[in-house]
Design a protein. Structure first.
Length: 300
């Protein structure tokens, strides 16, 4: 584990290039104290590999690890399970630039003979602090000759409690529709439809502690915020328009939850192959890239 800190007067973040260029902790500074906005993954009690990992070259799941693209069928390793979260989160990235407030990392799939993706690709992850804003940029390149289906996303966990256990947390985000999950396996069981009332956060509302949610939403407007009123912290988030989907994960009996901006739907490559126009899958010609930015802004 190689921790690289980024720090300014307002924020402190820890990055581990050897573990998928993932975020290991994020703190806001106040009156000499560090307020944990994300779980500190260095602590074994969190039972998390990272506070936020990158999902590349696709986000979330591919049903049974199998899909067709342009008339050819592909089967990923471990296909008896649903392929999950891409194939870079546990692999080492190279560090290209490090300053007190900025780090740049690169990933080359050709460095790994066992890479679990049929096309060669490269990725860039850049993190930076500027005032009260923590920014992350992702770029994904197709480095092969044929066209490649592509997608990515961020999987940030946020602390349910900041300054005391049991304090309320509120969430606001706007989406157009939600994918049904009739089989309880996070694979869409039909086209996206109306957002269930209990999952509608278009207006600020408390995040429940007694309701499990693991839903992929479509038509995400790219904005939202989390607020902890007792701790006097508001965390706004925004991302590039290409992030048309968002996954919300609210597990039971855990001190954290996740709000994940992503480009493609769960099982996106199979939805694309079936002609779903809003799968979010981007087709990259040789040498083309997919780019997006995700920003967290701390407000008091």
């Amino acid at each position: 584990m190689v921790m690289i800190p980024l720090e300014n007067k307002i924020l402190r973040v820890l990055i581990d290039p050897e573990k998928g260029a993932g975020i290991m902790a994020l703190f806001a500074k106040r009156d000499g104290a560090l307020l944990p906005l994300m779980p500190d993954a260095r602590q074994e009690s969190t039972q998390l590999d990272s506070s936020c990992f990158l999902m590349i070259p696709y986000s979330n799941r591919i049903e049974n690890g199998t899909f067709s693209f342009e008339g050819k069928e592909y089967r990923l390793a471990d296909s008896e399970n649903h392929a999950l979260h891409g194939d870079t989160r546990f692999r080492a990235w190279s560090t290209e630039e490090v300053t007190r407030t900025r780090i740049s990392c690169e990933f080359h799939s050709s460095s790994y003979p066992d890479i679990n993706w049929p096309w060669p690709f490269e990725a860039y992850a850049g993190y930076s602090l500027e005032g009260n804003v923590f920014s992350s940029q992702l770029i994904l390149w197709n480095r092969g000759d044929p066209r490649m289906p592509a997608g990515f996303g961020w999987h940030p966990y946020f602390n349910r409690y900041i300054t005391r256990e049991g304090e309320p947390v509120y969430l606001s985000m706007k989406v157009k529709s939600a994918y049904p999950d009739a089989n309880d396996n996070r694979i869409p069981s039909g086209p996206a439809g109306p957002v269930p009332p209990e999952q509608d956060f278009s207006k600020e509302r408390p995040l429940p502690t007694d309701r499990f949610i693991d839903t992929c939403f479509q038509g995400y407007d790219g904005n939202g915020y989390i607020t902890w009123p007792e701790s006097r912290i508001k965390l706004s988030f925004s991302c590039s328009p290409v992030c048309t989907h968002l996954v919300m994960y609210n597990p039971l009996n855990t001190p954290y939850f996740a709000v994940e901006p992503v480009t493609n739907a769960n099982n996106g490559v199979n939805l694309y192959d079936r002609g779903e126009p809003d799968s979010g899958v981007v087709i990259l010609a040789p040498g083309e890239s997919l780019k997006a930015r995700f920003e967290l802004r701390v407000e008091k």
